[in-house]
Design a protein around this ligand. Structure first.
Ligand code: HEM
Length: 433
């Protein structure tokens, strides 16, 4: 299907092409960075959750890979889905370097390679808070459209702001300053995680899926009761852990408060989305749909590892939880969406006004199915290597995982570059360049 008004989307309002694309370009670079961190990790000791490399890889994935794609997608989707332009959208050109700089310095801080890493990172992320969150939240709350997807995007943007703030407090505390309000370190960490992983990443993935799955795959709409239940889970996760943290709650209490949001995001969303996809009208099984299937299947696995992390003393479970959540669930779904959304917006910006002329590429010409399928093999292969490395405590497998992640990043980068280089033919040429 090609982009059009028929989807109920007003694509004319979309921002300049280079805004979402420059954010998306950070995805392969971040995968490569995470891969290199594991590939060149010194020492043969098994990785633990509190290892500096674990924190650094977690943020390369959570912020560099997932975060960049999600920020770029919000710039793209707010005007199209909510029907309101993001004001001062040119600020995106400042947000990107500030955000990337924030991630780089955060990683340098975690690795202990730069004393001032955390200080620089929390300042840069503070600017991101103002320059990204204020205009996007303004557009979302002023938008004429009030669909469930728009509500999910609103809550997700606020949750991003709160997760960022909790991260900034933790980064300041890492420089030796005392924690604000609640002095329990783990109460802050759990609040940071629940806001970032469930209300921000989970909330945005779920609400965007209600819009894009029926649109891209001619699938059924998500039932209204399920959308409302997921929005409730997201809202609860946005306010309850934070309220408990500010009231001085212990980490266990904050952990239990993640239950409604976690059930919504890792159980209800996969189940309802699987039903929507199963009942779709177009039965072709394209690569992006297989990415969705694997990603959704990882959701319940996240729940299993979550339960095992709190009920067992085995230190591998928190690592399995983080890896499955960041790379197996959210990473797989977002990688698949890139293979679908990038050709969609490229076609719209570059070729939609050439329809009927010879040589106009289809979405598949822009991002060939083969490129997406090879990316899927690299992605799922890396995910399996990660599970094995953690389960077997094998430093050899961690190095192999580093190679796998790097290859996934390189392949994604090549496929995106190839898509970007496809331009309309100049007058006199019959084929696209
Ligand atoms: C908004 C998206 C974010 C997500 C999804 C996220 C995710 C994570 C994850 C998975 C961990 C590991 C926690 C653990 O296993 O104990 C973590 C810890 C941490 N994060 Fe973030 N993070 C985000 C943003 C940030 C930002 C913007 C900063 C700083 C400016 C930050 C600073 C930290 C710090 C300092 C820790 C270490 C806590 C400790 O020492 O135990 N995070 N985060």
């Amino acid at each position: 299907m090609l982009p059009s008004q028929e989807n109920g989307l007003s694509l004319e309002q979309a921002p300049p092409l280079r805004i979402p694309l420059s954010f998306f370009a950070m995805a392969p670079i971040s995968l490569l960075a995470a891969g290199f961190l594991l590939l060149f990790r010194e020492g043969g000791a098994p990785l633990s959750r509190l290892d500096p490399v674990s924190f650094a890889v977690a943020h390369c994935l959570a912020l560099g890979f997932l975060g960049s794609v999600m920020l770029g997608a919000l710039y793209q989707m707010i005007p199209v889905v909510a029907g309101k332009r993001v004001p001062w959208v040119w600020l995106a050109y400042l947000v990107l370097p500030l955000f990337v700089g924030g991630v780089v310095f955060l990683v340098l801080g975690f690795l202990g390679w730069m004393n001032a890493g955390f200080t620089v990172a929390h300042h840069l992320m503070g600017y991101v808070f103002v320059l990204f969150v204020v205009p996007t939240a303004f557009a979302l709350f002023k938008a004429p459209s009030k669909t469930d997807t728009v509500w999910g995007m609103r809550l997700a943007t606020l949750s991003f702001a709160l997760a960022l703030s909790a991260g900034i407090v933790l980064a300041i505390a890492r420089t030796g300053k005392p924690l604000y309000i609640n002095s329990n370190w783990f109460s802050w960490v759990y609040t940071h995680l629940e806001l970032g992983l469930i209300a921000w990443i989970g909330g945005l993935l779920a609400s965007v899926s209600w819009q894009v799955i029926p649109m891209f795959y001619l699938a059924n709409a998500c039932p209204k009761w399920a959308r409302k239940a997921m929005l409730f889970g997201q809202f609860f996760t946005m306010i309850a852990p934070l309220g408990a943290l500010l009231a001085g709650a212990a980490p266990q209490t904050i952990a239990y408060l993640s239950v409604p949001g976690a059930l919504a995001v890792f159980l209800l969303h996969p189940i309802t989305t699987a039903f929507m996809i199963k009942a779709r009208q177009r039965k072709r099984r394209e690569a992006s749909l297989i990415f969705w299937s694997f990603g959704l299947a990882a959701g319940p696995l996240v729940l299993v590892f979550g339960v095992l992390s709190v009920t067992s003393m085995d230190l591998r479970f928190p690592l399995l939880l983080g890896w499955t959540l960041l790379f197996g669930w959210a990473g797989t779904i977002l990688h698949g969406m890139l293979t679908r959304i990038v050709p969609f917006i490229l076609w719209f910006h570059r070729f939609s006004n050439m329809v009927g002329r010879p040589g106009v590429p289809t979405l598949r010409d822009i991002y060939p199915e083969r490129d997406a399928r090879v990316g899927l093999v690299f992605h799922m292969g890396s995910f399996a290597l990660g599970l094995l490395a953690i389960l077997l405590h094998s430093s050899l497998l961690y190095h192999a995982l580093g190679a796998g992640l790097s290859l996934t990043g390189i392949w994604l980068g090549l496929a995106l570059t190839r898509a970007l280089l496809l331009r309309p033919a100049r007058p006199g040429e019959s084929k696209v360049a």
